[in-house]
Ligand binder design. Structure first.
Ligand code: ASP
Length: 354
C-alpha cells in the first residue's frame, strides 16, 4: 500500500471516529434505492402568476431539477436522479414522444443499479401514455406515472405529495411486476383500466369498471389487486427499432352523424379505425358502408363504447371488439397491434389478451 493511500485511510478512520453520525448517514444514503424521474411537463410543472390561479397557468414550465428540489423529503427515501424528456402540455404529446420515452425507460431500467422510474406527466393524456408504456416497457421493475391537477405555484398544490408518493412507490418492491402504475391523490391505479374522470378535481383518476389497485397510506404502498391482462415483460411488442407508429383514428358517434369523418380519415391514410360506438357497440347505419369498405381494404375496425365501462359487443364479424378498453386506449393497442399484423383474427386475439 502506498504511503498516500495509507494516510488517506488513517484520515478516513479518524473522521469516522470524530463524526460517527456523518459517516453512518453517508452509508445510509448509499443504500437507499435509486429512482430515476423522467419529466415530460404538465400541470405538475405548471406556473401561474398567482397562487390562487388554478386555470390560467402555463403547464410544462418548471424543470425536473426544481421539481425534485421542491420536495426534499424524496431524498430521505431514495437516491433520486432526473432527466427532462420534454416540457409540454400533455395535450401536445405525440406517438414520437411515446417511442422516445419508452426507449429511454427501457435503457434506464436495464441499469442494475436502478430500482424503478417515475414519469411526471400532464393529466389530460396521462392514461394514454401509461397504457402505451404498459405495453412497451420490457422490464418488471416499477414504472410509476404521476402528475397533478393544481399547478406547482398554487395554494395546496397536489404535485409535491403526488411526486413523493410516486417515488416511494417506485422504490418499493411491491410495485414490481404489476405493469405501469398511476399514482395520484393517494390512490394506485393500473394503466389499462384507469381514466381521467373529472376536469378539475384532484380526485380525477379512477378505474370505474374494474377498480383501483390500492392506496399509498402514509407513504407506504398498500396494493390489493392487479390486472390479469398482459403487460410489460409478457407483452409481445418490441418497439426498439421503430421511428413512427401506424396512424389510427377514432370516429365519434352521435345522432345525425354522417360518414364525413370516416371518409376524411381514409383519405389521410388511416391504417386502423376505432369507433367510439353507442351503448353496447351500436352506431348509426349511415356509417356501415364506410366501415365495411375499410375492413375490406385490410384496415382493421375496432368497436369500442362511449359509455365508459363494460365489454363492447360486435355484431359484424368483420370488425373487432375493444373488449373493455375505452376508445382512446383501444387506439393505443391497435397502433401497437398494427406494428405486427393487420390480420383481423390476430388483432382480435390481442384485444382479448392486453
Ligand atoms: N393540460 C394539462 C396537461 O395535461 C393538465 C394537467 O396536467 O393536469 O398537461
Amino acid at each position: 500500500m502506498s504511503h498516500t493511500i495509507h494516510h488517506l485511510l488513517v484520515l478516513a478512520i479518524f473522521i469516522g471516529m470524530l463524526f460517527p453520525a456523518v459517516s453512518a448517514d453517508i452509508s445510509a444514503v448509499q443504500e437507499l434505492p435509486r429512482v430515476h424521474i423522467l419529466a415530460t411537463g404538465g400541470t405538475i410543472a405548471g406556473n401561474a402568476n398567482s397562487s390562487t390561479d388554478t386555470v390560467h397557468y402555463r403547464p410544462g414550465e418548471i424543470g425536473v431539477d426544481v421539481l425534485i428540489d421542491s420536495v426534499p423529503e424524496i431524498r430521505q427515501y431514495t437516491r433520486v436522479t432526473g432527466e427532462q424528456v420534454c416540457n409540454i402540455n400533455s395535450d401536445d404529446i405525440t406517438p414520437a414522444i411515446w417511442l422516445n420515452l419508452s426507449r429511454r425507460i427501457n435503457a434506464v431500467l436495464a441499469d442494475p443499479g436502478v430500482e424503478g422510474v417515475v414519469v411526471t406527466h400532464g393529466t389530460d393524456t396521462l392514461e394514454e401514455t401509461a397504457y402505451f408504456l404498459n405495453l412497451a416497457i420490457l422490464s418488471e421493475k416499477s414504472v410509476i406515472i404521476t402528475g397533478s391537477m393544481r399547478p406547482a405555484t398554487a395554494l395546496s398544490a397536489d404535485g409535491p405529495m403526488n411526486l413523493l408518493n410516486a417515488v416511494r412507490l417506485a422504490a418499493s418492491e411491491d410495485a414490481r411486476g404489476k405493469g405501469v402504475l398511476i399514482a395520484l391523490n393517494g390512490e394506485i391505479n393500473g394503466a389499462r383500466d384507469t381514466t381521467k374522470s373529472n376536469t378539475q378535481s384532484v380526485q380525477t383518476f379512477s378505474s370505474p369498471d374494474l377498480g383501483l389497485f390500492g392506496y399509498v397510506k402514509d407513504g407506504k404502498p398498500m396494493i390489493y389487486r392487479t390486472s390479469a391482462r398482459k403487460n410489460t415483460l409478457s407483452s409481445e411488442f418490441n418497439l426498439s427499432s421503430l421511428t413512427a407508429l401506424p396512424r389510427v383514428d377514432i370516429v365519434m358517434t352521435y345522432p345525425g352523424m354522417d360518414s364525413v369523418a370516416m371518409d376524411a380519415f381514409s383519405g389521410r391514410g388511416s391504417q386502423g379505425i376505432v369507433v367510439a360506438a353507442m351503448g353496447n357497440g351500436e352506431y348509426p347505419a349511415v356509417i356501415q358502408p364506410a366501415l365495411e369498405a375499410a375492413a375490406l381494404k385490410g384496415i382493421p375496425v375496432v368497436i369500442s363504447s362511449r359509455t365508459g365501462s363494460g365489454i363492447t359487443s360486435v355484431k359484424d364479424p368483420r370488425f373487432i371488439s375493444a373488449d373493455t378498453l375505452t376508445p382512446q386506449k383501444a387506439r393505443i393497442l391497435l397502433m401497437l397491434a398494427l406494428t405486427k399484423t393487420n390480420n383481423r383474427d390476430r388483432i382480435a386475439g390481442m384485444f382479448r389478451n392486453y
